[in-house]
Design a protein around this ligand. Structure first.
Ligand SMILES: *Cc1c(COP(=O)(O)O)cnc(C)c1O
Length: 429
């Protein structure tokens, strides 16, 4: 596919913005490529500035669950915009969206809106520390919880992609209270609780990992974390910024029937506009300012345009058959990938849940970031290049999940599977 205009725009952008992008994975550097500059999107498809059309499997990293520029959401957003962009004070829409989210998450009594997943996770950690009066925190390798200092340890997503083990500019003292365990390794976590008795404030975990590729929790792992937290007086934080309203109505905690103490949400709850949230038991949440002593605030928090997008998105997504449809097309895609792989003698793992999925070119079952890193990067690069040049917009990194929307049709999947078939055949040669 010709990307002449994109290439020129990328050149210009690099003189203005570090790396030409406002979030590192967008450079496509991990797959030795450069970005297509996108002009517009509609439904399951996006068009770049050279006029190329792609079937999109990134969907604004999962946020645009109804598809791009959904007519009803666009109308709601325009209507809200005409009333003013924001007032920095209370509006009724915030309660409408809060009520809708709380009704989907039985473990949450109260929630607070913020503007990004990073903020939600950062605040959840501060709240857990303030509430338990302890400092230490357990996170998992390859899990990404945004870019706040104390969480930039062994993080996934762009950090995995660019092989930055943690970031420079983070003082050692900021992370010395962050303990890191391998995902799906309950004994390791038990050990940490033994070594740091009475000091661990919280465990934060992506219940289904989406920032190291897609990794499913083993049976008993999250249940075990719940038990350990309860036994040791630590809080369990589910980072459902990606999985909330994506795996099912109510996220991973509903799917697995596990009640975390705190939950963070983002992406889908804004339908593509910047809004995120943290929520949990009233007893814990009431430690947040202005009720309690844990401080948090935001000029743009609960922005009325983002709230309007979230309300309309969840209203449409809340219809009865949404998740059955998301799951069905995801499974159709995964089955197609597996069949194309087996026909071409390519070893691939494909797994997914709800509207989220991932593939690894791996010999053995991937259940941790360490396993994911052992999968075949060169195969992934060849795969990426092949599908991208044939109009399938895939995450430009091994360490990112893929996303479908309600706008993806059976025809989209058939076309995508055909493309993948051709790419696999080419890779085999
Ligand atoms: C995207 C993501 C974040 C960070 O959210 P931002 O809005 O990018 O700050 C945090 N946690 C998880 C699991 C995510 O997928």
């Amino acid at each position: 596919m010709k990307r002449v205009v994109s290439k020129e725009m990328y050149r210009v952008a690099q003189n203005l913005i570090p790396g030409g992008v406002n979030s590192p994975v967008r450079t496509f550097r991990a797959v030795d490529d450069f970005p297509a500059f996108i002009e517009r999107g509609k439904g399951s498809c996006i068009w770049d500035v050279d006029g190329n059309k792609y079937i999109d499997y990134i969907m604004s990293w999962g946020a645009v669950v109804l598809g791009h520029a959904h007519d009803e959401v666009v109308d709601s957003v325009c209507e809200a915009a005409r009333k003013g962009f924001g007032f920095g004070t209370a509006t009724q829409g915030e309660s409408v969206l809060a009520e809708r989210i709380l009704s989907a998450f039985p473990a949450m009594d109260l929630l607070r809106f913020v503007s990004s997943g990073t903020e939600a996770c950062m605040t959840a950690i501060r709240l857990a520390r303030g509430y338990t009066k302890r400092d230490k925190l357990i996170k998992f390798t390859g899990n990404y919880h945004g870019h706040s200092d104390s969480l930039l340890v062994a993080a996934g997503s762009g950090l995995a992609t660019l092989s930055i083990p943690s970031s420079t500019g983070v003082p050692q003292s900021f992370i010395e209270n962050t303990l890191v365990a391998p995902f799906n390794n309950l004994n390791y976590v038990k050990e940490l609780f033994q070594q740091h008795k009475g000091q661990i404030a919280a465990i934060i975990v992506e219940p289904f990992v989406g920032n190291a590729g897609f990794i499913r929790p083993n049976k008993g792992f999250l249940e075990g974390l719940r038990e350990l937290c309860t036994d040791h007086g630590a809080l369990l934080i589910f980072d459902e910024v990606m999985t909330g309203f994506r795996l099912c109505w109510g996220g991973a905690q509903t799917l697995l029937n596990i009640a975390p103490d705190l939950t963070t949400l983002g992406k889908v709850i804004g339908g593509g506009l910047p809004i995120a949230a943290l929520g949990g038991k009233g007893e814990i949440m009431s430690h947040l300012a202005p009720l309690g002593s844990v401080y948090q605030a935001g000029t743009l928090s609960g922005n009325p345009i983002a709230v309007a997008s979230g309300i309309k998105t969840l209203e449409i997504l809340g219809k009865e058959d949404s998740y059955a449809k998301l799951s069905q097309i995801t499974q159709k895609l995964l089955n197609g990938i597996l069949e194309a792989a087996s026909q071409n003698g390519i070893k691939v793992q494909a797994d997914g849940e709800g509207g989220m999925f991932g593939i690894f070119f791996a010999q053995e079952h991937v259940e941790s970031f360490e396993d994911a890193k052992r999968s075949d990067l060169e195969m992934f690069k060849a795969f990426f290049k092949g599908v991208f040049n044939r109009g399938v917009y895939w995450a430009p990194s091994l360490f990112e999940a893929g996303f479908l929307s309600l706008a993806h049709s059976d025809a989209d999947i058939v076309k995508t599977v055909q493309v993948i078939h051709d790419v696999f055949r080419e890779m085999k040669q």
